[in-house]
Design a protein around this ligand. Structure first.
Ligand SMILES: CC(=O)SCCNC(=O)CCNC(=O)[C@H](O)C(C)(C)COP(=O)(O)OP(=O)(O)OC[C@H]1O[C@@H](n2cnc3c(N)ncnc32)[C@H](O)[C@@H]1OP(=O)(O)O
Ligand SMILES: O=CC(=O)O
Ligand SMILES: [Mg+2]
Length: 520
């Protein structure tokens, strides 16, 4: 680096010249300050997650909190939504790669969520390039030449939202006072530092998606981070806005409280269905009466998943917030018209359910799905959102209804698919690709976590498969060997790692934590 790092900071990689535009002395000082003020709180929140897991492992079930009932029953609303977040009917998501950022902003979707979380493998280059891409996107200077094509922004582009990494993930390349900085503070802090003033100049706020929260105390922590950032940058309160992913089973019990904590900064909630399923398995792993069937059978139409999404809609609308739906994993299928037609039909049905139930918008994984989702929401939601006329006002959902698992079967094919997909995904992730098409479905960190956690849960409880035989650890190992052999020797590293995280007890908290040790 040409200029010395601020005191207390250390980088484990040589800083390339182009990254000095991101890691300026001012930006480094700002994220170091975020770390010094907020990292101890983050560490406490992670310890609280562990304590909560121990309580569940001892037989307690999640429930609505008695100590916050006045927040749930009270009359209050979040701050009014800024104009650019009032119509969110279709949101495209994707990794922070340069071509994807341009394509997503040009896709015709109202919103683009640039993702440092589930869709990004957080190698140093990916996160640094991602920050550069977003800086250029905000300033409308982003362009690219590749594959014989020229990429630049259209006149009208989607509104940009950024999802930083979750609280659990470190950014190992930068330490502050000897501690790895949190990936969440790193991604959030750099994006906010470099872009908030420029966006304000364009009449726009700076918007975030917040992933994987497990309690309203985590929302409180984020709210303090937002407030401190606004104060430091000298911008009005509410310039920074958060849409919180409800993607853990515990957060489903604290939706009002999460919005309440963030009420000056909140914009909405989103149903992150894939992590939600993962969280259900992980948190309730000790209960042998809460085992989920094959991954393909845990759809949004099952009572458990639909109750969760309807409760999110009701909660948001009561509080003046947008209730955004989730991601169908079906993507366009090249060179197979029948499979392609099936994928579009699946996405159409998913979006019709969401719009019909009262969601104000939805996610799509691919530009090819934007038109379809827009057509569905335009047809079923003629207003920019349906907050004022909520379809779920009279809904009553009990704790039991959020927790009762869907019925279904567990098959050897389901076990094999989980192994096969998990290994293929991890191999891609270790090569720097965080979202990949596998067997015609979008796979990312959250979907791979379901595959991993299911294998662990099924073998841990020795569930009987549809062939009448139990899934013993020995049988699981044999299936691992067969699937690995079918994939070939290139998958040995990913295979060993996936086997480890799918079988080790206690169940590892996140597969990306183990995989990150092998990245870069
Ligand atoms: C559980 C969750 O967290 S969901 C949210 C996180 N997950 C995601 O964001 C997944 C986003 N989607 C993707 O990454 C991709 O669509 C994949 C990996 C699923 C499929 O990728 P591919 O098979 O490479 O897509 P495909 O070859 O059909 O792409 C065609 C074009 O669309 C573009 N494209 C595909 N998906 C996206 C996207 N999400 N955003 C922007 N552009 C995209 C490609 O860049 C390509 O552009 P080009 O024609 O200019 O070269
Ligand atoms: O982040 C989204 C999810 O489904 O997980
Ligand atoms: Mg997720």
């Amino acid at each position: 680096m040409t200029t010395p790092l601020p005191a207390g900071l250390s980088l484990s990689v040589a800083l390339q010249e182009e990254y000095t535009r991101v890691l300026t002395p001012g930006a480094l000082a700002f994220i170091a300050e975020l770390h010094r003020r907020f990292n101890a709180g983050r560490v406490e929140l992670l310890a609280r997650r562990e304590a909560e897991q121990a309580r569940l492992d001892a037989g307690a079930l999640p429930d609505f909190l008695p100590e916050t009932s006045s927040i749930r029953t009270g009359e209050w609303k979040i701050a009014p939504l800024p104009p650019e977040l009032q119509d969110r009917r279709v949101e495209i998501t994707g990794p922070v790669d340069r071509k994807m950022v341009i394509n997503a902003l040009n896709s015709g979707a109202k919103i683009f969520m640039a993702d440092f979380e589930d869709a990004t493998s957080p190698s140093w280059d990916n996160v640094m390039q991602g920050q550069l891409n977003l800086m250029d996107a905000v300033r409308r200077t982003i362009s690219l030449e590749g594959g014989g094509k020229q990429y630049r922004l259209n006149e009208t582009v989607a509104t940009l939202l950024v999802r930083p990494r979750g609280l659990h993930l470190p950014e190992k390349h930068l330490t502050v006072d000897g501690e790895a900085i949190s990936g969440a503070l790193f991604d959030f802090g750099l994006y906010a530092y470099h872009n908030t003033h420029e966006r304000l100049r364009q009449g726009l706020g700076t918007h975030f998606y917040l992933p994987k929260l497990e309690s309203h105390l985590e929302a409180r922590w984020w709210n303090e981070v937002f407030a401190f950032t606004e104060q430091t940058l000298g911008v009005p309160v509410g310039t920074l806005r958060a849409t919180v992913l409800i993607e853990t089973i515990l957060a489903a019990f604290e939706m009002h409280e999460i919005l309440y904590e963030l009420r000056e900064h909140a914009a909405g909630l989103n149903c992150g269905r894939w992590d939600y399923i993962f969280s259900y398995i992980k948190k309730l792993r000790s209960f042998d009466d809460r085992i989920l069937p094959d991954r393909a059978q845990v759809t949004m139409s099952t009572p458990m998943m639909r109750n969760y999404s309807r409760l999110a809609i009701q909660t948001c609308h009561k509080r003046g917030a947008a209730a955004v739906g989730g991601m169908s994993a079906f993507i366009p299928v090249k060179n197979d018209p029948v499979a392609n037609e099936r994928a579009f039909a699946q996405v159409r049905a998913d979006k019709e359910r969401e719009a019909g139930d009262g969601h104000d918008g939805t996610w799509v994984a691919h530009p090819g799905m934007v038109q379809l989702a827009t057509e569905v929401f335009d047809r079923l939601m003629p207003t920019p959102n349906q907050i004022a006329s909520s379809k779920q006002q009279d809904l009553l959902v009990s704790a039991a209804e959020l927790l009762t698992p869907p019925s279904g079967t567990i098959t050897e094919q389901g076990v094999r698919t989980n192994i096969n997909v998990g290994i293929q995904y991890l191999a891609a992730w270790l090569e720097g690709r965080g979202a990949v098409p596998i067997h015609n479905l979008m796979e990312d960190a959250a979907t791979a976590e379901i595959s991993r956690a299911q294998l662990w849960q099924w073998a841990h409880h020795g569930v009987r498969l549809t062939d009448g035989q139990p899934l013993t650890p020995k049988r699981l190992d044999a299936l691992f060997s067969e699937e690995l052999a079918s994939l070939g020797p290139d998958f040995a590293q990913a295979g060993a790692l996936f086997h480890e995280v799918a079988t080790r007890s206690p169940l590892a908290e996140f597969l990306t934590l183990s995989a990150y040790e092998q990245l870069d």
